[in-house]
Structures are given as C-alpha cells and as structure tokens.
Design a protein. Sequence first.
Length: 98
Amino acid sequence: MEETILDSCHSIWIFDTHRMRYCRIVKGVEFSHRCVTTEWRAYSQLKMDKQTGTFIVNLRADRSRVIRSWLHTDDCTQCSGHETAELSIEDIREAVDF
C-alpha cells in the first residue's frame, strides 16, 4: 500500500494513495483500549499547501465536496500547542488494519 500520513490537531489522516481512500485516527480517544478510527472513505485528490500549513481533500472529482484541515506543528497556532495525543507508526498500522 502506498500511504501518506498527515498529522492534524484532532486526527491522524491516513491516505491510501493507490486505492484513493482515506481514514482518520481520532487522537486522545480510545474505546476498549483501541484507537478510534473512521471507516475508509473514497477521495479524488489530496492537495497540500506547505506555505499555509493546510491540506485539502477533494471527496469528488467535481470538487463539490471538500474537507480542509491544518497540519499540526510544535508551535501550532490552530490548537495553541494542545495536541491531544501522539501515536507511533506501529500504532497507526494496527489501528487501521493495513
């Protein structure tokens, strides 16, 4: 699987670039000692803007449904540095059942 992993203040986003699908691991939330993840969902395009620290997920090719989020940083202005959790690559792989 070809993957892109992005860290926002609220979630870790996993993009399966081969199958054009994504899911999120919600930070700081566990259920029965497991991370909370969303279902895999289709997307048509992922665009990152390093200058603004944002990324855009086009859910449809016609761009009629779009999600926009910010990358989390150490001195994050979006959450004022109050990141909810940190996960290792192994934790991410286990949570989304690659």
